[in-house]
Design a protein around this ligand. Structure first.
Ligand SMILES: Cc1cc2nc3c(=O)[nH]c(=O)nc-3n(C[C@H](O)[C@H](O)[C@H](O)COP(=O)(O)O)c2cc1C
Length: 386
């Protein structure tokens, strides 16, 4: 393995790990892949601190950052919608419904004075990070990235605005973009994205309708020679090898790191993941307003019930659920009420394979070793002779 993409990124193996845990980022980058820090939920100060922490541990070893930047956004002329205006748009009926879920499962309020990050807005409503997903809110994070030594910038919500792509290119930092359809891949190419991440239906988090087996070769054919990273459904070396055989230049993984020792997942969620099977996930709009694959739980079931309100569009659903989700997570860890039935997290269908908590470096080695062995058996004709 090894080629133009690994050279461009300065890594040994084309195995990239998206993670909200800086500890996973360090482990994967040190192992010879590339860790990419999911930073959409952070404030600019938090991101700056995390990047300084990473620099102290990684030195010159490459790593990346991933944000949720909208290419087009509402009220663009004014720099995006105002957060207070958005908070006021959340209907009371939805607030009552969420409160009803919390009451039914005996989830206590956050203790007096508890805040998370510095994200309590003017109305006293806690808001984790950038739940408005506007360029106005995200721009300070972009500025932190531009001043850093990251070696890859990735964007999840469509093509990054041209001024962002240009700014990274001026610093010789390649820009990657997630795409769930070949058409989106083409838009990335037209917009100046350097690496397209083809993310299939089975992936954890926000995801589209096309499965990786179909999407990867279609994307490779659609993007006119741009390198494609395959994402969605990759947690083993055989899956990585299959993605390379389908034409990808490398793989972009998320879920497989969630049951590592270095993951950000809480013990209750990690335990749920270890027990879960591939068909225990659901694509639900209940967290952010856009379909995102996650573990099925009493929370997703409540939002699926046709008798209940539909989730709000992004970003309103995220604003509505940010504080309740923190309550649910904390109560589940403390064993309070029946919060353990509600608690869940984004994860893909590969959750069925995640059956133990292991160090991230061990997971990395297992994937690349099995991938090498599989590709060897392809080359030697052993697979064809089956
Ligand atoms: C917990 C979790 C959170 C995610 N958040 C983001 C995100 O903020 N930005 C992004 O580009 N992708 C996000 N993703 C998607 C990953 O980048 C990746 O494409 C996906 O996990 C790959 O599929 P897999 O889960 O089957 O490995 C997230 C995935 C998970 C599991």
């Amino acid at each position: 393995m090894g080629g133009a993409l690994t050279q461009r990124l300065g890594i040994e193996r084309p195995l990239l790990a998206f993670s909200h845990s800086e500890h996973v980022v360090v482990a994967v980058s040190r192992a010879g892949g590339m860790g990419v820090l999911g930073a959409a939920q952070l404030t600019a100060d938090e991101l700056e601190r995390k990047l300084a922490w990473l620099d102290a541990r990684l030195g010159d070893v490459p790593y990346g950052v991933d944000l949720l930047l909208p290419g087009r956004y509402e009220a663009a002329d004014e720099g995006g919608l105002d957060r207070d205006a958005l908070v006021a748009e959340v209907p009371l009926a939805h607030r009552d419904f969420v409160q009803g879920i919390l009451d039914d499962y005996a989830v206590p309020p956050l203790e007096e004075g508890y805040t998370f990050g510095d994200q309590v807005d003017g109305r006293g409503v806690p808001v984790t990070g950038n739940h408005t997903y506007t360029l106005k809110d995200t721009w300070p994070l972009v500025e932190v990235c531009l001043a850093s030594r990251i070696r890859l910038f990735a964007n999840a919500l469509g093509v990054a605005p041209p001024e962002v792509i240009d700014a990274f290119h001026e610093r010789d930092v390649p820009v990657a973009g997630l795409a769930g359809t070949p058409r989106h891949g083409e838009k990335h190419r037209e917009g100046g994205t350097d690496i397209v991440i083809a993310q299939g239906y089975e992936a954890g988090g926000h995801t589209g309708e096309i499965a990786s087996m179909v999407l990867i070769p279609d994307m490779v054919d659609a993007v006119g020679g741009l390198p494609v990273l395959a994402a969605g459904g990759i947690a083993s070396g055989r899956q990585m090898a299959a993605a390379l055989v389908l034409g990808a230049s490398g793989v972009w993984t998320g879920s497989v790191w969630l049951t590592t020792e270095e993951a950000e997942t809480t013990p209750v969620v990690r335990e749920k993941f270890v027990r879960a099977r591939a068909d225990d996930t659901v694509r639900s709009r209940s967290f952010t307003g856009r379909p995102a694959r996650q573990l099925r739980s009493a929370w997703t079931d409540a939002w699926e019930d046709p008798a209940n309100p539909d989730p709000l569009p992004m970003p309103l659903q995220g604003i509505l659920t940010a504080e309740p989700q923190v309550r649910i997570s904390r109560a589940a860890e403390a064993g309070e009420g029946r919060a353990g039935e509600l608690v869940n997290y984004f994860v893909g269908q590969v959750v069925g394979r995640l059956d133990a908590v292991r160090p991230a470096a061990e997971v990395f080695d297992a994937i690349v070793t099995e991938c090498d062995r599989t590709l060897d058996s392809v080359r030697s004709g052993e697979l064809a002779a089956r």
